[in-house]
Design a protein around this ligand. Structure first.
Ligand SMILES: Nc1nc2c(ncn2[C@@H]2O[C@H](COP(=O)(O)OP(=O)(O)OP(=O)(O)O)[C@@H](O)[C@H]2O)c(=O)[nH]1
Ligand SMILES: [Mg+2]
Length: 206
């Protein structure tokens, strides 16, 4: 039984930041969405908030280049759309620039309370995904994995990937759950909402 109800549907755009110093004040509770470019981070945020127009999505990888903040009406809770990693076509200079800001945000953001790591179910566990999980373990940051675009696979094979990923990651202390997800079919939405609410409750000491 959860005693906190988070108004996910209430999300509204707050601001974009290109670096840590442009982020909103570092208080409250932030839930960040990370993952490979084009994995479906922005689409997942839109599904969870039930608002198709909230975060911009695109067929072209590398769409989200800034850190985008969305406020929920639940006191102090924010969702954060992080720039995708691993987009090959941007210049190396830009890549390292993004990497630096991402790294800066992840290491130094006090209000960061949970990470939602988005993986395309057809390409899970990239080197960068594994790096993110190692980093979450080090920082004791509760992490939920969404295996998204699960509508692109039949149920049997998608369950197989789900069990493989769970097995491969059983040593990770920061991992809270792995969820089969589809922004297209809206599957997994209730599960991720419930998990995030529990993490926030714990953080608030409720
Ligand atoms: N079939 C299907 N397509 C999806 C799903 N989620 C996202 N997509 C599509 O995948 C593409 C990329 O989605 P985005 O949500 O923009 O991905 P992103 O991770 O935010 O990408 P960047 O901002 O570039 O890092 C878009 O064309 C989406 O419509 C899903 O669950 N199922
Ligand atoms: Mg995006």
């Amino acid at each position: 039984m959860t005693s906190l109800s988070i108004a996910y549907n209430s999300a509204s755009f707050s601001r974009s930041a290109s670096k840590l110093s442009n982020c909103p004040e570092d208080d409250g509770i932030e839930i960040a969405f990370a993952g490979r470019s084009n994995a479906g981070k922005s689409s997942a945020i839109n599904s969870i908030t039930n608002n198709k127009k909230l975060a911009r999505t695109s067929k072209t990888p590398g769409r989200t280049q800034l850190i985008n903040f969305f406020d929920l009406s639940t006191q102090g809770v924010r969702l954060v759309d992080l720039p995708g990693y691993g987009y090959a076509k941007v210049s190396l200079a830009l890549k390292s620039e993004w990497g630096k800001h991402l790294d800066d945000y992840l290491r130094n953001r006090e209000s960061l309370s949970a990470l939602v790591l988005i993986m395309d179910i057809r390409k899970p566990l990239t080197d960068f995904d594994n790096m993110m999980l190692d980093w979450s373990d080090q920082c004791e940051l509760p992490t939920v994995i969404l295996l998204t675009k699960s509508d692109k696979m039949k149920y049997g094979p998608s369950k197989q990937v789900y069990f493989q990923v769970k097995k491969a990651l059983e040593e990770h202390s920061s991992l809270v759950d792995v969820i089969l997800f589809s922004s297209l079919k809206k599957s997994g939405v209730d599960e991720v909402r419930t998990q995030l609410t529990e993490i926030v409750q714990e953080k608030m000491g409720i």
